[in-house]
Design a binder for this molecule. Structure first.
Ligand code: SF4
Length: 360
């Protein structure tokens, strides 16, 4: 059952069409953790596997990815690293659409995940049948979807974009006179619409983590930290985006923190990113943007409950047993790869490296 946050009402007061898992972090002492690191390191070698992790998973997994020659990044960059890696097996510590994207781009490789139940509210909020119906009702619109969608939704789309590439792609389509059907994140869609002035019809879905950031509390926090720069991921509500010094993808936020002269930052995205931010900008102070949820029971509180399903023990088990493999039907994969490749070709034509500069 989804419970209502006692303090804010939270996202759970809405009638969500899916269950939100509770966050139950794995508790390990240093010896147990080290034993798991050693066990997983051996398994990775034995299985010819490499670990690719998202910025939002717990620091223990990010540390392990770095320590074993794996990689920590955003979803598309994770898939790119997997593609370039010699390993025949990719272990994806993240959420399901990331495993699927890795498989779509690397069909010849085995893709495993610590927990196949690790999903994403944006993916869950965009059912393929309803989405197809929506597209069929608007045949005059070019269908552009965010990376945080199922393989089937990507297969139904004309374009897949990331948060770092969306504005440029939509500007390009607008210049060609195209009208857009956008899915699934309404806040990101609204942000892009504001930036481009394009004719965009938005699907109604949101990220339960970013949606929980609160504009009024952020205003108060800014007063208490007048020197701090505010970094915001564009999946956040407009009242939060409006107060940002910088709006960008996960990779963009990390780069901004690194390059900025500021010493203090208020960050409106999943707190898992703090591990890499602190590595990239040592000595700087990062504060979680307010969700009014620190003392509450709402399940976001700046951390994705699905990302939190990844753990060292589950990772060791999926590697040991070869379970939790990601499969994408070949017919769907072939269509989905077209919408992804459109973005990659678009970036290439413009001399941009879309991998590593963008994210989901
Ligand atoms: S943080 Fe939001 S967008 Fe990212 S995986 Fe979790 S629910 Fe999806």
């Amino acid at each position: 059952m989804n419970e209502v946050c006692e303090v804010t009402g939270g996202f759970n007061e809405r009638n969500l069409p899916y269950e939100v898992p509770e966050i139950n972090p794995e508790v390990l002492d240093e010896d147990q953790k080290e034993a798991l690191y050693v066990r997983i390191e051996k398994l990775l070698k034995k299985k010819d596997a490499v670990l690719v992790a998202h910025y939002y998973v717990d620091a223990d997994l990010q540390i392990l990815a770095d320590r074993t020659g794996g990689y920590v990044s955003d979803s598309l960059d994770m898939a790119r690293f997997g593609h370039e890696s010699d390993a025949s097996t990719l272990v994806v510590a993240g959420v399901r659409f990331m495993g699927e994207t890795a498989k779509i781009l690397n069909p010849e490789k085995k893709v495993l995940m610590p927990d196949l139940g690790a999903n994403c509210s944006l993916d869950l909020g965009c059912d393929i049948e309803e989405f197809s119906k929506f597209c069929d009702e608007h045949p005059d619109r070019t269908v552009v979807v965010y990376a945080n969608t199922s393989a089937a939704v990507k297969a139904r789309a004309d374009w897949m974009v990331t948060s770092g590439s969306a504005v440029e792609v939509i500007n390009h389509l607008k210049d060609k006179g195209e009208k857009i059907l956008w899915a699934p994140d309404k806040y990101l869609g609204d942000y892009i619409q504001q930036k481009t002035g394009a004719d965009m019809l938005l699907w109604d879905s949101s990220c339960i983590v970013h949606e929980s950031f609160k504009g009024s509390e952020l205003e108060a926090m800014k007063k208490a930290h007048p020197q701090a720069k505010v970094l915001v991921h564009p999946e956040s509500p407009p009242s939060v985006i409006a107060q940002a010094d910088f709006v960008g993808s996960t990779t963009g936020l990390i780069n901004y923190a690194k390059e900025s002269d500021a010493k203090e930052f208020i960050v409106a995205t999943d707190r898992g990113i703090f591990h890499k931010m602190q590595q990239a900008a040592p000595g700087k102070v990062f504060l979680e943007a307010p969700t009014a949820g620190h003392s509450a029971t709402c399940q976001s509180c700046s951390h994705c409950p699905w990302m939190a399903m990844n753990s060292l023990t589950k990772l060791a088990e999926c590697l040991e047993k070869g379970t939790n493999e990601i499969f994408v039907e070949e017919e769907i994969r072939k269509k989905a790869v077209v919408s992804i490749k459109r973005l990659l070709d678009f970036a290439k034509e413009r001399g941009q490296v879309i991998y590593g500069a963008n994210d989901a």
